[in-house]
Design a binder for this molecule. Structure first.
Ligand code: COI
Length: 354
């Protein structure tokens, strides 16, 4: 990729205290943008000050929902060097999701390079303390103004970033087990649908259930399959893992489950540690009868989020006495140590931002 044109901000913002970042409250100074027009393809990318995106009221994204995003992180290593974690995997996932949503896939290498170029410009925004990162949000939306239902002929790909700490705000930086309501009526994604794409619509589909669960004192919901609610799919916005019979089990990828980069990383690290890792359907019955020694979610934002209690329509199943389990803790530490450069990156997941 030729180096993108960079227009630097003339009004840089103050950096927030890196020990109180929370998640997604602050935005770094710049964003990268690249337009796609049907008869020209992708136009030259640029990096410019973070700010509003002008859009027609008739823009396709606002009506027919052609929108998807990614989430990935840049870390400041213990050696001070800034590195991106598995940006190539996120870029590939965005390209395949874009096809499902009838959008032009940003070329993965180009998307990855644009993320690197953006972080190079906002390098100072990458926080240093353990448990923090610069979270990048590549996004693809339909921008053409029209009304007949069809794919848009104009798109905007943009990337902005946010210095973040723990996703769940609690004392242990996210490793505190959460209470989860098992959603046995509504569904997040169905067979044949768009659940495997990181489509904005999947998050819209999840909000009502999650809000109801929160009113009842739960952090999130456990999503089951759309047909019978018999098989476990995801937990909140995360992939799900369970430790059953000393094996690490996770539902196989399908068109209703997102192919998590953290999911893949944790499976690799667990295998490295000699654990048996199995992708197979997990039934409601297995979790309801208390067979799981541990249950946890995995995602870029929270990394690992242990589940301490599952509520099946009033029946409470406490997992590992409501405490953080050794597998979740071990994998969290292993992965975050690699991300911070405190442990060797034997899988080549980190790339230095030059
Ligand atoms: C993640 O786990 O990274 C997510 O998908 C959550 C994000 C949408 C904030």
């Amino acid at each position: 990729m030729p180096a993108p044109r960079v227009q630097r901000t003339t009004t840089p913002k103050n950096h927030p205290d890196p020990t109180g970042l929370g998640f997604g409250k602050y935005f770094a100074d710049h964003m990268a943008t690249m337009e796609w027009v049907h008869d020209r393809g992708w136009l030259e990318p640029e990096i410019k000050p973070y700010g509003p995106i002008p859009m027609e009221p008739a823009a396709g994204v606002l009506h027919y929902g052609q929108a998807m995003f990614e989430g990935l992180k840049a870390f400041r290593g213990v050696d001070g060097v800034v590195r991106l974690f598995r940006a190539d995997a996120n870029a590939r996932r965005m390209a395949s999701g874009a096809l499902r949503l009838c959008m032009p896939p940003p070329e993965p290498k180009l998307a990855e390079e644009l993320c690197h170029a953006l972080v190079a410009v906002d390098r100072d925004w990458v926080p240093a303390p353990a448990g923090t990162a610069l979270y990048l949000r590549p996004t693809l939306v339909a921008t053409e103004g029209f009304l007949g239902v069809r794919p848009s002929q104009r798109y905007l790909f943009f990337v902005f970033s946010s210095p973040v700490g723990a996703y769940y705000s609690n004392a242990t930086g996210g490793l505190e087990p959460v209470k989860i309501k098992v959603e046995l009526k509504m569904t997040r994604a169905a067979k044949g649908g768009i659940g495997a794409a990181k489509a904005a619509a999947n998050y819209a589909a999840s909000l009502y259930s999650a809000a109801e669960a929160k009113k009842q004192g739960y952090s999130q919901v456990l999503w089951m399959d759309a047909k019978d609610h018999a098989f476990v799919e995801e937990v909140g916005t995360m992939n799900l893992f369970a430790v059953i019979n000393d094996e690490l089990v996770t539902p196989p990828l399908s068109d209703s489950i997102l192919a998590g980069v953290t999911r893949d990383s944790l499976m690799t690290l667990a295998r490295d540690r000699g654990m048996k890792v199995i992708e197979r359907p997990i039934t409601r019955e297995e979790l309801e009868s208390g067979k799981a020694k541990e249950v946890f979610g995995s995602g870029t934002a929270a990394v690992v989020s242990p589940v301490g209690e599952l509520n099946f329509e009033g029946k409470k199943v406490v997992i590992n006495d409501g405490a953080q389990g050794p597998v979740a803790k071990g994998l969290y530490e292993e992965l975050t140590n690699i991300q911070r450069g405190a442990k060797p990156d034997t899988h080549g997941w980190l790339k230095e931002v030059k």
